[in-house]
Design a protein around this ligand. Structure first.
Ligand code: UN1
Length: 495
């Protein structure tokens, strides 16, 4: 029997009293990756209590000193990057190059927020009165509940945890149940770096039980969630009932425009990476290609050739470019959408089947799939698939292309390939997504700019960059009157 991975509560690794466990198998091979304690609402209560107690001292722990703990954690992440990436590929399935990138994103975020410990700037401004000083300062909020997905097992927990911690909040995190190990590794490193007991707590288990208990908990005033639109809506309603502060990062239906003046080699290479990298399981994945009719056939040919040449397999094996999907049900969703696309009359160019043969039979593989001549209103052009499927939608007027890009419920990422600077600026003006790329694909956001989307992708907040601090802190405006007498703002004349 493998060791059981445990919860981390108040500085102690401990099993849930439930005595139950859940397991995770490698989605490429079916081999056992880990057995994890399965928690209940009682474990969430204990973790929240520990975090609430720890908040009393952590909020007073000087921010530059919090930063020193984060700097140390970042160094440990760097030292162990290879091992962490390896374990992540085993549990999540994406190829080693990509899991290295995922760990790198956590390293970057941890260094960045560590540095914020010596900044976290507010404003000092002049008063309308004599003998009065004023400024704004950031204050932490308390216990924050983090519910994280499986597709970026270390990057996304770090996006949420590091800004929360540097600002003086304490954390209870429930990682995606397919990928607990990466969060366990991240928190173990924080522990080794000297984070005080109770400041970070992990509760392992299902969204239905642990996630629900966390979002309902009256002593958790802040929730940050990345995951499905459906779950995000439920959380939103629960949070509203208790007046919680909430950030949501949900679906995307990201589009690349390939204009007639595009560098087609570059566009094709970027689309293949954006659509089939991470097996299409990024919020930012390229899922629509809005292509000028004059270059449509040329682009389709290049994409088909490129997709057929991609090597599928175990992400730990050299040369493999596309791993499995994370689970059987995630692959079943892809299969379902391929069927929908065919029934809607979209033209299947390559792929369209689960990938079989040899070792592929052991995992949840699906062929990279391209649909051509897709209409903008088809379901495959409107709904998030989260698998290796991309749809080409033709256009002949650039304004219409912008309408197609904007014509979905989501607004996370978009891109345009054009050699004309005027078209690039038109795209910047007319495309309403949270992230926009000029001559690069839809993935690859860096951690020091705001990350998030418009419309149904989120609820207006952004992660990463200093925008993350806006979510994890409350502004306090402080007025210091040193006149020794009543000075009535807006009423008394300058004295
Ligand atoms: C996600 O898929 O939720 O921009 C995150 C990117 C990565 C992060 C993706 N840096 O593609």
């Amino acid at each position: 029997m493998a060791d059981i991975y445990k919860n981390f509560i108040n500085g102690v690794w401990k099993e849930s009293a439930s005595g139950e466990t859940f397991e995770r198998r490698n989605p490429a091979t079916g081999e056992l990756v880990g057995v994890y304690t399965k928690s209940t609402a009682a474990d969430v209560d204990e973790a929240v209590e520990a975090a609430a107690t720890a908040f009393k001292s952590w909020r007073l722990y000087p921010a530059p000193k919090r930063g020193e703990i984060l700097f140390k954690a970042a160094r440990l992440l760097e030292e162990r990057k290879e091992q962490l990436a390896h374990e992540m590929t085993e549990e999540m399935g994406k190829v080693l190059d990509e899991t290295r990138g995922d760990v790198q994103e956590a390293i970057d975020m941890t260094y960045y927020m560590a540095g914020e410990g010596r900044r976290m700037f507010g404003d000092t401004v002049q008063s309308e009165m004599r003998n009065k000083f004023q400024m704004s300062v950031r204050k932490p909020l308390g216990v924050v509940g983090l519910i994280t997905p499986w597709n970026f097992p270390m990057a996304i927990p770090s996006w949420k945890m590091m800004p929360a911690l540097i600002a003086g909040n304490t954390v209870v995190i429930k990682p995606g149940s397919h990928v607990p190990k990466s969060t366990i590794n991240l928190v173990s490193i924080l522990q080794e770096a000297g984070i005080p007991d109770g400041v970070v707590n992990i509760v392992l288990g299902t969204g239905g039980e642990v996630g629900d208990a966390l979002m309902q908990h009256p002593d958790v005033p802040v929730i940050s969630f990345t995951g499905s639109t459906e779950t995000g809506k439920t959380i939103s309603l629960a949070a509203a009932a208790q007046n919680k502060r909430l950030t949501l990062e949900m679906g995307g239906k990201n589009a690349v425009i390939v204009n007639e003046d595009a560098n087609l080699d570059l566009a094709a290479e970027s689309i293949l990476w954006g659509a089939f990298g991470t097996t299409g399981q990024r919020c930012t994945a390229t899922s629509r290609v809005v292509v000028h009719k004059s270059v449509q056939q040329d682009l389709v040919d290049r994409l088909a050739k490129g997709a057929l040449a991609l090597k599928l397999g175990n992400g730990l094996d050299a040369g493999v470019q596309v791993g499995p999907q994370v689970s059987e049900s995630q692959r079943a969703t892809t299969v379902k959408y391929v069927e929908i696309g065919k029934n809607e009359g979209a033209e299947l160019v390559v792929g369209g089947n689960i990938a079989t043969g040899g070792d592929l039979d052991k995992g949840w593989f699906h062929e990279p799939t391209i649909f051509n001549n897709v209409r903008r209103d088809m379901r495959i052009a409107q709904e998030e698939i989260f698998g290796p499927v991309v749809s080409l939608i033709p256009f002949d007027d650039l304004d219409d292309a912008f309408d197609i890009v904007n014509g979905v419920q989501y607004g996370l990422s978009a891109a345009i390939f054009t050699q004309d600077v005027n078209n690039a600026f038109r795209a910047m003006r007319d495309i309403y997504t949270g992230i926009l790329y000029i001559n690069a694909g839809t993935t690859g956001a860096e951690i020091h700019l705001p990350f998030g989307g418009t419309k149904a992708t989120g609820n207006g907040h952004r992660e990463a960059g200093t925008a993350a601090l806006d979510f994890y802190t409350e502004w306090q405006a402080v007025y210091v009157d040193f006149s020794g007498k009543l000075q009535r703002a807006q009423i008394d004349p300058v004295n």
